[in-house]
Design a protein around this ligand. Structure first.
Ligand code: MG
Length: 451
């Protein structure tokens, strides 16, 4: 693809501050490019948005661009991202568009595109959209061929029914749900209640200022939820990010569930072949070994997980961040279905804290080193060529994403440049804390020596 075409899409769609990176002109151009890409007249696009203050403005601008190029728009209104993926599939649309900046602060917004299977647009598809925007080679619809705009408020009911058909829950758990005042606010608690759970809601009034907590489901932002789980004696806490494609869990002691352990737990319960990223814990492999399953590793990013699920015909895929894909349901990551799966497992097998305790883990360290974007390539070249020599019990080095060095005792370290920020990330697990710190020190000193 043409090097001269400016990049608009990052690791998860187009994202930026409204009116700065994300201007109305750009949004309208994206609408025109998207309609052009799928063939213009006679095609249809479903659109949803999260709770941000700029959402209806962005929806109006992108809709104007789409109908100008002859495609029809079906508006879903304020919905979680997974419902856009589901609606694209269910309503046989040619494209799904979600207007969201996911877990970013309130002044941000963004656009993410979805295939008719519910799968996120691949990098190749995104590059093609960028090229159409750059060249302004838009489909031209005459006045009598301008697209239609209609609303759909029924597909949400099919979505909720289908979600519940996908799990086997009796509904005897008490669950606290924290939606960050984001797009999951109505639907997530409603689905959990329909499943029979006793639900207490926290931050489930849609509000684009995110007054309850910021939409990133990080430990710092979830202290209130942890307290409420403990104080009410609940079985489980569930927190979503701003668009509810992600989920994190709080255990029955009010502690945030370790991301990797939770992923290992759900993977081994689903079994078969599962896909995860190179930065996920070896605990996932250990748990899958026990149930005779198989783990396929991929690059970091939910679209890479989705692509490898399709290629390898896997039954489940997930990133440690809590972005999980359930391909039997839809190819779009779904934080609400992920919550239901955890509830199903806890109901059948016992308290979450106990289940997580049974999962093997090594001490984990995640660090980032400040590094200007222009230096990243040079540093990664050196890491690839020289860093493995610093470890005397090397067992394997792979380059699926960054450089992942494995040692004979199961310890490993992954060095990769951040796709969105000026950092090099170091992720590692050591057989014990001493080993983990040693690996960290070797890696950090090596990288800082080049900077
Ligand atoms: Mg998200």
């Amino acid at each position: 693809m043409d090097e001269m075409v400016p990049k608009l899409f990052g690791t998860s769609g187009i994202r930026g501050k409204i009116d700065e990176e994300i201007t109305l002109d750009l949004i309208t151009d994206i609408g025109m490019a998207a309609a052009t890409y799928i063939g213009g007249k006679g095609r249809k696009i479903v659109i949803g948005y999260d709770t941000r203050t700029s959402n209806k403005m962005v929806e109006s601008a992108i809709t104007a661009g789409i109908v100008r190029c002859g495609s029809d728009v079906i508006r879903l209104g304020m919905v979680p991202t997974p419902l856009v993926g589901y609606a694209a599939m269910e309503l046989k649309a040619d494209l799904g568009i979600m207007i969201t900046a996911s877990h970013n602060p309130p002044e941000y917004n963004g656009i993410k595109l979805w295939n008719p299977t519910g799968m996120a647009y691949t990098q190749d598809q995104e590059r093609t959209i960028e090229k159409i925007v750059h060249e302004k080679s838009f489909y031209k619809a005459s006045w009598e061929n301008i697209g239609n705009i209609e609303d759909n408020d029924s597909v949400v009911h099919d979505y909720m029914d289908d979600l519940l058909d996908n799990v086997d829950i009796n509904g005897n758990l008490k669950v606290i749900v924290d939606c960050a005042n984001g797009a999951g606010s109505y639907i997530s608690p409603m689905v959990l209640r329909k499943a029979g759970c006793e639900v207490i809601t926290l931050n489930c009034q849609p509000d684009g200022y995110f007054p309850g907590r910021m939409p990133e489901p990080s430990p710092a932002n979830l202290s209130e939820l942890m307290k409420v789980v403990k104080a009410t004696g609940a079985d489980l806490g569930i927190a979503h990010d701003g668009d509810a494609d992600r989920m994190v869990a709080i255990d029955d002691n009010g502690m945030m569930a370790d991301f990797d352990k939770l992923l290992a737990l759900v993977s081994s319960n689903i079994g078969g072949k599962i896909v995860t990223t190179v930065d996920a814990s070896f605990g996932v492999d250990k748990c899958m070994e026990k149930v005779g399953g198989e783990v396929v590793r991929t690059k970091v990013g939910d679209v890479h997980v989705a692509e490898v699920i399709v290629e390898s015909n896997a039954s489940f895929g997930g990133e440690p961040s809590g972005t999980w894909l359930h391909p039997d349901f839809c190819m779009c990551p779904d934080g609400i279905l992920s919550a239901l799966k955890i509830i199903e497992i806890v109901e059948k097998n016992g308290p979450l804290s106990m289940l997580l305790d049974q999962i093997p883990s090594y001490p984990t360290i995640r660090e980032k080193i400040k590094c200007e974007n222009i230096q990243k390539t040079l540093i990664m070249e050196k890491v690839k060529e020289e860093l493995p020599d610093y470890f005397n019990d090397l067992s394997d080095v792979n380059f699926i994403d960054g450089v992942r060095i494995s040692m004979k005792d199961g310890s490993w370290v992954l060095i990769r440049p951040s796709g969105t920020e000026a950092y090099i990330r170091i992720t590692l697990e050591g057989k014990n804390m001493e080993k983990a710190e040693k690996i960290r020190d070797i890696s950090r000193t090596f990288i800082e020596g080049i900077l």
